[in-house]
Design a protein around this ligand. Sequence first.
Ligand code: GDP
Ligand code: MG
Length: 709
Amino acid sequence: MGIAIALAGNPNSGKTTLFNVLTGARQHVGNYPGVTVEKKQGRCVSGSDEFHVVDLPGTYSLSAYSQEEVVARDFIVTEQPAMIVNIVDASNLERNLYLTLQFMEMGISVCIALNMMDVAEKRGIDIDIEKLSALLGVAVVPMVARTGKGREQLLKTVARHAKTRPAPLQISYGRDIDGALDEMEAKIRFDNFLTSQYVPRWVALKYLENDLQILEMGKKQNPETHAWLTNTAQTLARHLDTTLDTHPEGMIADQRYGFISSILKQGVMTWSRDQNRLEISDKIDKIVTHRFLGPLLMVAVLMGLYQFTFAYSAVPVAWCENLFAWLGGRVDSLLSDGLIKSLMISGIIDGVGGVLGFVPLILFMFLGISFLEDSGYLARMAFMLDRVFRIFGLHGASVMAFIVSGGIAGGCAVPGVMATRTLKSPKERLATLLTVPFMNCGAKLPVYALLVAAFFTEHRARVMLLITFISWAGALLVARLLRSTVITGPATPFVMELPPYRLPTFRGLAIHTWERTWQYIRKAGTVILGISIVLWAMMTFPRLDTAKMADPAPAGTQQAAARQTGEEQAGPAATALRYSIAGRMGTALESITHLAGFDWQTNIALVGGFAAKEVVVSTLGTAYSLGDVDPEDAGSLSERLQSDPGWGPVTAFSLILFTIFYSPCFVTVVCIAKESGSWKWGAFSMVFNTLLALGVSIGFFQTATWIMS
Ligand code: GDP
Ligand code: MG
């Protein structure tokens, strides 16, 4: 089994980096506070020792204020790892040790991985490792996780100390609190109250801190002791309020910080340089987050990102298109006409190939975004957007959820919805998780890319920027609407910490870019492939026997088919497509969607898009491939769309608008229902978003065609 260790530490202290260094596992490493929400595990070996490593969510404290804190705490208590490796940011020692103290108070075996030694050194901070270790009574190993320095020593230290159970640390919280704590501790010990899991004094502290999770557990275990403890805690709270005008929680935090600073002052931390000068990061921030310059710069950065993406990906995207065209040609000449060939060419190559064709674009986009994220600029964007968000009834922490969902481009609403867990106010959280699906997730990207490349060739980056603005404006307006109607409630304050700027490493960028790109490719090769095959079948069956074209088709379909033939002189292939299940569905919807400029093939694609948004592209690929009059000279999907008389910039943009706003994909809907605790909200997001999308697209299409006529 090996030695079980858990990595714990403040957000952004380098936990994930250390986890990767230890286990060699590839995992997301970002420069954004709070990225690690889920639990990650791995194994590592050093000499004869084997370790089982878990990456806990980043937390500043172990109170029950946030999901992360509860998750971290529960894990430690229930799984009882042999040792907690507490990653401490050496350049931010005072603040980081706050968490360390709490582990020590819980009586948990802990050792400190003193990370970011390079940063501390650069800032002129000298840390006396031995003294720190001696004063705290905890092993301390200096590290630079980013380069792997200190890895072996850390593992050796863990192996040596893992079996020891230290006595819980006792901090003095001042005469009043200490008195109450002693009394409560005795009672807890005597009643065996929660002591199978927790140290008695720690339970007492939690009662003073009014920790809801522990209170609830206590109430269940022994209502009498619970009542006595709450009573004692309340009496103390009243006493502190009248005598010192403070409350236990505040006092406890103050004393902890006092304890830390008294340790640091004993020669543990010294400055070898003048600290009055502004840090470089602070200097940069003066400009980058400036009230007027900041937003301008932000727009310029986005524009630059899109320009970069489209400009550099155009050529490789064309190669990919050619590759799939060639592949289609090969299959065409190898197989004889029939269902198999149709499945291979129209279902798979023209469907999935359309999605895979955008891999180079996705890769460049992710490279740019990884750079923004790793350098720390993304956190600045969140910081600036916070001011805007508050106006719309959202919270500063919502920004992060938006960005994860694809606020800039290429995220995913599923982790975005999960990321709302960092929001403490349930109202703000709900408003956030209902609006994050409007962002430009990675699955919508190929849809935009296809349409932008086909109809806005001259203005690709600008249109992409416009799409981003519209999605944000839409999300914010909807949030405001929700917050002033169905989810009203007060706004809660938010303090955001800006991580220092860092020059991204080449390796970090490569890993992040590849991880995300690979995810895209894998999804295309599995989920999208499956759905494409299902949709191909729906677009193929029931089959219309071309020899008996005159056979009576179901009334509606026949009429529609007749209308279609009149309009476009479609060949028998298009008529057969219209006769299929999907074709009938698309046709039925046409009576509404024609107002937004969507024909029946587009409708099929949009319905398919509910399964996953990439499917919009693959389905259009299949539909245009199946409906082709002459498959011999078929070009790429964007060429087909360009040459189709039913398509133009107005239709394309109307479809873009619809794609921004309509129902989240199936997985996101499930996630919304789960996270909001009610299927009602899952259903709401499907219905409301689709109606909104329809309204916006119809409004746009009608206005645009009216102006242009
Ligand atoms: P987490 O939030 O605790 O998981 O932190 P991450 O592992 O994501 O690290 C946050 C940032 O700090 C990343 O940009 C890392 O590359 C960087 N980082 C991690 N360890 C070190 C280190 O020892 N030195 C320096 N200079 N940067 C580091
Ligand atoms: Mg992390």
